[in-house]
Design a protein around this ligand. Structure first.
Ligand code: G6P
Length: 367
């Protein structure tokens, strides 16, 4: 079927706006109504028999894997290795017994990711994939291919596929936690309830569109930008910087907040915007002290946080973007929305080709 922009100016805008709907669809597939258990179709996969997970992907899908590492380790106490596909294979990494290999790819056709999958075939106990295209090569060559149900993604810069990948990976981590007995029934029910509430929380994040557009209008002239985050917000900072580079051509780098003092702080002056992702969670105070180091050097801080966080750290902010309160595990999915909108509106303000950025392809089928 032909896909149109549905009244939006760009496919990217449409795909950002669609996220509450497609995520709801994705969640319905793995978390059937009336229960708190994640159910994977047609498989006897049992994470109690797994000692290690190896995750491999490229680009935005790689940042989804990096986020999922925090979930699998914290919630399911499962050791995880994550790598970019183009590095993984040539390292010739050993694949220990009782390992699963998991490949994440929107298109299911990325050459490096497919080659990494073939390297693991016959070495790992099972090959899993998380894909958006069920008939793709990566899906066909997997023992178990989990669909993200995002629908066709046309914008070259991935948006709804990223958040749907995150939702599916979080549900897979919850299934692992249930199999391995690392979360109580109450904790699992708590996560299931939070997942079911995710579409409405995403809508509240989308309501910040105008505030983000006005901040973006003031960023369009920047030459460089930094993105900071800690814990689950660190991979999201990487994704935020990637989105901005891809479509606005502004140079951006992301750091774990705690690494700021080991180098990038030398870059801070009154010309440097610094986007900080920091929900008011147990890591907040540490991130705020990193943020204050930026402000002391006149960096322009854009803080993305909830009402409590912004109230606590309001002094000296260049801009504050208000996010709804969200269950700690789900924060990267919700905070992806302002990361996407910031890149989108900055690119629109600069007048670049948002859906077809220069030099990039939607699917890279050469190495
Ligand atoms: C290309 C796209 C990126 C994407 C990456 C991986 O570089 O421009 O947006 O994240 O490939 O694609 P995949 O289809 O494997 O997720």
């Amino acid at each position: 079927a032909r896909v149109d922009k549905g009244g939006h100016r760009h496919f990217m805008a449409k795909e950002i706006a669609e996220q509450p709907t497609v995520i709801a669809e994705s969640i319905r597939h793995y978390l059937p109504a009336g229960g708190d258990s994640v159910i994977l179709p047609d498989t006897d996969l049992d994470f109690a028999a797994v000692d290690r997970l190896t995750m491999v992907a490229c680009g935005t899908a790689f940042y989804a894997c990096l986020t999922a590492k925090y979930w699998f380790e914290q919630l399911a106490r499962l050791p995880v290795e994550v790598d970019i596909a183009s590095e993984f294979r040539y390292r010739e990494p050993p694949i220990p017994a009782r390992s699963l290999a998991l490949f994440v790819s929107q298109s299911g056709e990325t050459a490096d990711t497919l080659a990494a999958l073939r390297y693991c075939a016959g070495k790992a106990d099972r090959i899993l994939s998380v894909v958006n295209v069920p008939e793709s090569s990566i899906a066909r060559e997997s023992d178990l291919a989990l669909q993200i149900h995002a629908g066709p993604e046309i914008g070259v810069a991935s948006t709804k596929a990223f958040t749907c990948q995150l939702a599916v990976l979080l549900m897979l981590a919850l299934k692992a936690a249930a199999d391995r007995g690392t979360l109580s029934a109450d904790q699992l029910a708590d996560h299931a309830a939070a997942l079911r509430g995710l579409p409405s929380v995403l809508n509240a994040a989308l309501d910040q569109n105008d505030a983000i557009r006005s901040a973006a209008g003031r960023l369009a002239q920047s030459r460089d930008m930094l993105f900071l985050g800690r814990g689950l917000m660190y991979p999201l900072a990487l994704e935020g910087a990637l989105k901005l580079k891809e479509i606005s051509y502004i140079h951006a780098e992301a750091y774990a907040s705690g690494e700021l003092k080991h180098g990038p702080i030398a870059l801070i002056d009154d010309q440097m915007p610094v986007v900080v992702f920091a929900p008011r969670d147990r890591l907040f105070d540490k991130t705020v002290s990193n943020m204050q180091e930026v402000m002391a050097r006149k960096g322009k801080v854009i803080l993305v946080s909830d009402a409590d966080g912004i109230a606590e750290a309001a002094e000296g902010l260049w801009a504050g973007i208000h996010m709804p309160h969200v269950h700690e595990s789900l924060a990267p999915i919700v905070y992806a929305v302002p990361a996407q909108l910031l890149a989108y509106h900055t690119a629109v303000a600069k007048g670049t080709d948002v859906d077809q950025p220069r030099n990039l392809a939607k699917s890279v089928t050469v190495e």
